[in-house]
Ligand binder design. Structure first.
Ligand code: G3P
Ligand code: MG
Length: 246
């Protein structure tokens, strides 16, 4: 896409890391995202019983560790006993649930992060903890914090307005376009239209689209000039984004 005469390219985010090549939300998936030359790795974060910020998508650990309990019901030390890679393949059975801090340490200078804060209720201190870690590692330029909870994003902005925030929405309505508390809209790709991208860009908001896994949907997102494609297949997305049009 040509924006203001400067050649601009759609960026690519590896969803939960490169999650078709390695188990989601593990160091292996993040390392794969770097190897795949993704611009960003998207990760989901939650809090352990003793307040450590760790990676994990679902409300329980049933799918990735075979235990029907929440991350929040374990202390960090207890969590370390769980294998969260074996469900994916034998090759990954040593994978442990990583902390956000260890992921940041690894990613600094290597890959941008989309840190999605999963909703844990208004009394959760997750937004404050995430902002503190971004500041500790001086990674504001390398991170975007996203959430489907608007109040979390407002709290991030209140702590450090330099941290970019993205509101995750699965439908395109509401007046969030105008809010100073968000820098980008993270939208389910089927709702992305030309009008919507234009409206967002007019308000100075970027558009990230998820979870774009088919070639045809990647091509549609490219045509619509979204700013970022969140995908389980970053290598395929790269092929399509960088393909010269005849
Ligand atoms: O970041 C957007 C996307 O990850 C939202 O979906 O359920 O995979 O976290 P989910
Ligand atoms: Mg997510």
């Amino acid at each position: 896409a040509i924006a203001g005469g400067i050649l601009s390219t759609v960026q690519i985010t590896a969803h939960r890391g490169s999650s078709k090549e390695a188990p989601e939300n593990t160091m292996a998936a993040i390392k794969q995202a770097v190897a795949d030359l993704s611009d960003y790795a998207e990760i989901d974060v939650q809090e352990t019983k003793d307040g450590v910020v760790v990676l994990g998508h679902d409300s329980t650990l049933r799918r990735v560790a075979g235990v029907n309990r929440t991350i929040g019901s374990y202390t960090f030390e207890e969590l370390q006993a769980l294998d969260v890679g074996g469900w994916f393949s034998e090759d990954f059975k040593e994978e442990k649930i990583p902390t956000l801090e260890e992921v940041m340490e690894y990613c600094k200078g290597k890959i941008n992060l989309n840190i999605e804060i999963k909703g844990a209720g208004d009394d959760s201190l997750l937004p404050e903890k995430v902002a503190l870690l971004i500041d500790k590692y001086q990674m504001a330029e390398q991170c975007v914090v996203t959430s489907s909870r608007f109040t979390y994003l407002s709290r991030i902005k209140k702590l450090d307005e330099k941290i970019r925030t993205g509101y995750i929405v699965s439908a395109a309505y509401g007046n969030y376009y105008s809010s100073d508390d968000i820098d980008l809209i993270s939208l389910q790709s089927s709702f992305v239209t030309e009008r919507l991208v234009e409206a967002a860009h007019q308000k100075g908001k970027a558009v990230h689209a998820w979870t774009v896994n088919s070639k045809s949907e990647m091509e549609r997102m490219k045509m619509l000039s979204v700013d970022n494609i969140i995908t389980d297949y970053p290598v395929l997305a790269r092929e399509i984004i960088y393909r010269e049009e005849a």
